[in-house]
Design a protein around this ligand. Structure first.
Ligand SMILES: [Mn+2]
Length: 315
């Protein structure tokens, strides 16, 4: 049976549906989670629909999380959106339900669901939620669902810029903007830069170097983060920063956290998720994350980044 049909049957069967997403959420995590929850509320007004996970204050404009008790899970269907592996699921009670559904567009490294719908060709999990809506005549949409799904697509495609943006993505967007929500307000919320983060961007732009092989690395130590009063999680806003620099094919940020060094890898050609996988991480071919235990380990990552760029230039 087609996987979307299986998921729809599960939606019909359960009276409580709890939707999760990944830790350190981004707009697609919130958009797919909240968008699905809104579709379900609109379509099944008598069912109990919850969203759970730790709130990210900068995404409060998208949705707020519910208080979900352990008892709520007893007879529940649990859906996890936009999350490749179990360790990254926010709210580790995802296994407390009767059935688990995974909906995601990252490589399927961990088939943790009873039903797994993974489409790596989708721009975003939010786009998959839209596809599910188009697929099923039992799902109804409303302005709020459209707003959330649209925001998720915008977030994961870098405003329709990344190569993951397809004809289907634009078709979804064209249909979603027919609903009543304020796109300007949404963009202002999504793309406003706190002053401290802007200053740190200035620091990165002043200090980055481009190696002849076509890569760049940025190391943000605890001291630098302290100086700019920027938290490690706020640095996610800087990751795309080197994408439009002449001569950079791939780049890495090394961000020192309390007990590890977070590695963010981005590319415009060389495949970098293999490197991430070798350092306790993973992700998409052109955008991945990992973690290093020491600055020495970041040197190893840098060496591998150099190698993939050299290989890429030979092709
Ligand atoms: Mn996503």
């Amino acid at each position: 049976m087609e996987v979307k049909k299986q998921i729809m049957e599960a939606f019909q069967t359960f009276n409580t549906i709890i939707v999760h997403r990944h830790v350190r959420p981004d707009p697609d995590a919130y958009g797919s989670q909240g968008g699905l929850a809104e579709l379900l509320k609109e379509s099944f007004p008598n069912k109990k629909i919850y969203v759970t996970g730790e709130e990210e204050p900068s995404l409060n404009f998208m949705a707020r999380m519910d208080e979900v008790s352990d008892e709520d899970y007893n007879e529940a269907l649990v859906v996890v959106c936009d999350t490749a592996n179990q360790a990254r699921i926010d709210d580790q009670r995802y296994n407390y339900g009767k059935m688990l559904v995974k909906i995601d567009h990252h490589p399927n490294v961990d088939e943790y669901g009873d039903i797994n719908w993974v489409d790596t060709s989708a721009s975003s999990t939010s786009e998959m939620i839209f596809q599910l809506f188009k697929y099923s005549e039992n799902l109804k949409i409303n302005d709020e669902a459209a707003r959330l799904i649209y925001a998720g697509i915008v977030g994961d495609t870098g405003r329709f810029l990344f190569p993951s943006t397809t004809t289907e993505t634009f078709e979804a967007a064209a249909e979603l903007v027919k609903y009543n929500f304020d796109r300007s307000k949404m963009y202002n919320n999504m793309y406003s830069t706190p002053i401290n983060v802007a200053k740190l961007k200035g620091y990165v732009l002043q200090n980055f170097t481009v190696h002849p092989e076509g890569y760049s690395t940025v190391r943000l130590t605890k001291e630098i983060l302290k100086e700019f009063r920027v938290t490690a999680s706020e640095t996610s806003a800087l990751v795309g920063l080197l994408g439009d620099m002449d001569g950079i094919l791939a780049w890495a940020y090394f961000i020192e956290e309390e007990d590890q060094i977070r590695v963010r890898l981005r590319s415009k050609g060389p495949v970098i998720n293999g490197i991430a996988a070798e350092h306790n991480g993973g992700g998409h071919p052109m955008a991945a994350g990992a973690s290093a235990e020491s600055w020495e380990e970041t040197e190893m990552v840098e060496q591998k980044l150099k190698n993939v760029c050299l290989e890429f230039k030979k092709e």
